[in-house]
Design a protein around this ligand. Structure first.
Ligand code: NAD
Length: 456
């Protein structure tokens, strides 16, 4: 059977060329339709994510569905402002030339999304592509078969199928998509696949956004309220069972405060999960058998001391939050992004040692710090590098959709969220319009070159 993928790309490309996606009211209508889809189909979305990921209802309805509705509607409302042609402030003699910056859609784009926050990570980029006036293919993750199939069914009921298509599949289909030319590729996922995507994009010189992960550290200043830090860290870690790109990955704390932190984690674990997390409807499952085995293997090889032992249920791919103390450099838990409900604590002798520990590794997506000390905060801003830097909380930064979201170095490049996603899919098209009356002003540029022009 011949593949339909090149035909889909060509059809979308033709739609883009036809100008269908250009008018702002058309784009706004598509954005409202996207919000309607999330609203009307929320129960089906919840059911699908229950089957594929065991996602708690609040996480699906508030974090996934709710934020997509809010962002689609907000983008539709703000679009006229974003899309305005800009007239930069220029030198007086150039005002006559009418310098302008048009906001041009980049064209036909490809969005490849992962499994862990599948509504947000599929539709957040799509919202930006629609707002910018692009046509798009969305390729959801094959690790969520029920959800991906659902998207293929519901998206064409709400969005114009001439402009937006869902293409499902695994590595062969994604490889085929990547062989084609796209005017932008937006990839969210892991760094290994990101390198494949980047090589494919390079062949066509396609611009690229890479939203990746990494090990996001937490530094706790011993003068901070340890009990509150533990509560806020554990909450961030429990979201989607630790399978979020911004999950706190490991904690750095001064050695003499480690046991106080462990006690606080135990206290808050008991409050969050009075009957344990294994059967709690507020706690999700691990996405696949291979990810489950990977986590169990990381735990089996740690040399640290397990102080909050999470029960595990392989059949249901469930693993309770597990906290490990006295973890040292070289440990299995510090090898790779954990992406699951395991939290290692690395004791250090000083805050400077914690900063050095972070700086000795790849730039993380987020650096979390718990401290009331303003000069320490500024020291961290200037002496470390990370996609974002968050003080005294975890995960909550994602609620501020006006902040640009991005990695740096190994955690990726390119910005997203609201106007930042719109900008990602928009070309700034510079223009001047030279009036006939400018001839006098321009006289000196014409050939042959005169001595006067050189002096001027
Ligand atoms: P995944 O396995 O679902 O893969 C992501 C996408 O890559 C999928 O659509 C998949 O089909 C495609 N893919 C997989 N192998 C491929 C190949 N060989 N060639 C081409 N395409 C391929 O998701 P994942 O990568 O396990 O996602 C988890 C990672 O994503 C973590 O590292 C996490 O930190 C990161 N992440 C980052 C963000 C962010 O916004 N920065 C958000 C969520 C997740």
């Amino acid at each position: 059977m011949t593949s339909t993928i090149p035909k889909i790309r060509d059809a979308l490309h033709a739609t883009f060329r036809s100008g269908l996606t250009r008018p702002l009211p058309w784009r706004q209508h598509q954005l409202y339709q996207l919000a309607r889809m999330a609203q009307n189909e929320r129960e089906l979305i919840y059911d699908a994510l229950q089957i594929d990921l065991g996602k708690p209802k609040t996480e699906v309805l508030v974090n996934e569905v709710g934020s997509i509705i809010a962002r689609a509607v907000k983008s539709a409302k703000q679009l006229p402002e974003w899309a305005k042609t800009e007239y930069p402030d220029v030198a007086d003699r150039q005002k006559l030339w009418k310098p302008a910056i048009y906001k041009a859609p980049k064209g036909n784009v490809l969005i490849i999304s992962p499994w862990n926050y599948p509504m947000v990570l599929s539709f957040q980029p799509l919202i930006g592509a629609i707002a910018a006036g692009c046509t798009a293919v969305l390729k959801p993750s094959e690790l969520l078969p029920t959800f991906s199939q659902l998207l293929e069914e519901i998206v064409p009921k709400y969005l114009d199928p001439n402009a937006y298509r869902v293409v499902n599949g695994a590595v062969p289909e994604t490889t085929e998509l990547l062989e084609l030319q796209w005017d932008h590729i937006f990839y969210t996922g892991n760094g290994k696949v990101a390198r494949i995507v980047a090589s494919a994009a390079a062949k066509h010189l396609s611009p690229l956004t890479l939203e990746l992960g990494g090990k996001s550290p937490v530094i706790i200043d011993s003068a901070y309220d340890i009990d509150l830090a533990a509560k806020r860290i554990l909450w961030g870690k429990c979201n989607n069972a630790g399978q979020i790109c911004v999950a706190p990955d490991y904690v750095l704390i001064q050695r003499d405060k480690q046991d106080e932190l462990v006690k606080a984690f135990q206290k808050h674990y008991n409050a969050f999960f009075p009957k344990g997390a294994l059967d709690s409807p507020s706690f999700g499952s691990i996405v696949s058998d291979s990810h489950y085995k990977r986590l169990i293997s990381l735990l089996s090889r740690t040399k640290g001391e397990v102080v909050l032992r999470g029960r595990a249920d392989a059949a249901r791919r469930r693993l309770e939050p597990t906290i490990v103390k006295d973890v040292v450099d070289g440990d299995s838990l510090l090898e790779e992004e954990i992406f699951g409900p395991i939290l290692p604590i690395v004791p250090v002798d000083s805050l400077q040692q914690a900063i050095n520990f972070v700086n000795a590794r790849s730039h993380p997506l987020v650096l979390y710090t718990f401290s009331d000390n303003e000069s320490l905060k500024q020291q961290l801003v200037s002496e470390t590098q990370s996609g974002g830097i968050v003080f005294n909380d975890t995960f909550q930064q994602l609620a501020v959709s006006e902040l640009p979201f991005a990695g740096v170095g190994e955690s990726g490049y390119g910005y997203q969220f609201m106007k930042h996603t719109y900008d990602t899919f928009t070309q700034l098209r510079s223009s001047i319009d030279m009036p006939k009356e400018a001839e006098a002003q321009l006289a000196m540029r014409y050939l042959p070159h005169s001595e006067e022009a050189v002096k001027a």
